[in-house]
Design a protein around this ligand. Structure first.
Ligand SMILES: [Zn+2]
Length: 260
């Protein structure tokens, strides 16, 4: 299994991220992708990926942490992408997107998002998308920018119609802890009806605790619980889910090697 979205660089893991990686490997998680959120995080992600070969990283400016000087931050991002290159563990631009539940004006968010789509296209990298009440805006931007690099819609929730729109644009859907909650009927139904070819596993650790684990730190250690819930929705085995989602990860991000 591969955790396509876990924030091991955040303070919640400051004291034990290496132990968490080791424990996750012991639980069958062979690769983990740490998405970027802010300028200050990118250097730390690089150091982590240099230390442990099963960590992939992405650089991006997350709308939650909207930079005070957006253009300056975009220039820095362009420089970091150019310096780091495809040869390193860098596999995507993200996490980027639009969030309609925060106060930052949507036009500003859309600008930052579309500029980053441009950077991803220039570097031939896929993107990791963040959404909240913003599917229509993201899809509009992807079309306007004619972005064809694909990627993943992280923590997908939504209707079958929205899922199809992303899939038609070349995206995979990130499946996380939401499907472990019986009350998440719409998302469970959509994910249950979407071919596993279009899905990736993720935890979004330390956020989005799984059902039964509310109030405690989420972790890639628990990824098998997401995979098991997905296997149940598709009436298949955990092994089949692991194999297919690993292969999907490789198609999107180009890496699937076992950890050493
Ligand atoms: Zn995230």
């Amino acid at each position: 299994m591969i955790d396509s979205h876990c924030h091991l660089d955040l303070p919640a893991f400051a004291n034990d991220w290496e132990a968490v990686v080791a424990e996750s490997q012991a639980q069958g998680v062979r690769r983990m992708l740490i998405p970027g959120t802010t300028e200050s995080g990118w250097r730390k992600q690089c150091l982590m990926a240099q230390r442990i070969s099963c960590l992939d990283i992405a650089f991006g400016l997350h709308p939650y942490f909207f930079p005070t000087q957006a253009d300056k931050a975009l220039t820095t991002l362009a420089d970091r992408l150019a310096d780091t290159g495809r040869s390193a563990a860098l596999v995507a631009v993200g996490e980027i997107g639009i969030d309609a539940s925060i106060d930052t004006p949507l036009d500003k968010q859309q600008y930052l998002f579309e500029e980053q789509l441009g950077l991803a296209a220039r570097h031939h990298l896929p993107v990791i998308l963040h959404h909240r009440r913003s599917h229509h805006l993201l899809i509009e931007s992807l079309k306007r920018c004619q972005f064809s690099g694909g990627g993943v819609v992280h923590a997908f929730s939504g209707s079958e119609q929205v899922a199809k729109s992303y899939i038609d644009l070349g995206f995979r859907l990130g499946v996380g802890g939401t499907i472990t909650y019986a009350r998440a009927k719409k998302t469970r139904q959509t994910i249950g009806k979407t071919d596993i070819n279009h899905l990736l596993l993720e935890t979004d650790a330390p956020d989005m605790p799984l059902a039964g684990r509310q109030g405690s730190r989420n972790s890639p250690v628990f990824l098998a619980e997401v995979a098991t819930a997905l296997a149940q929705l598709h009436n298949t085995t955990l092994a089949a889910v692991s194999e297919q989602t690993d292969s999907n990860y490789q198609s999107v991000f180009g890496r699937v090697n076992h950890c050493k």
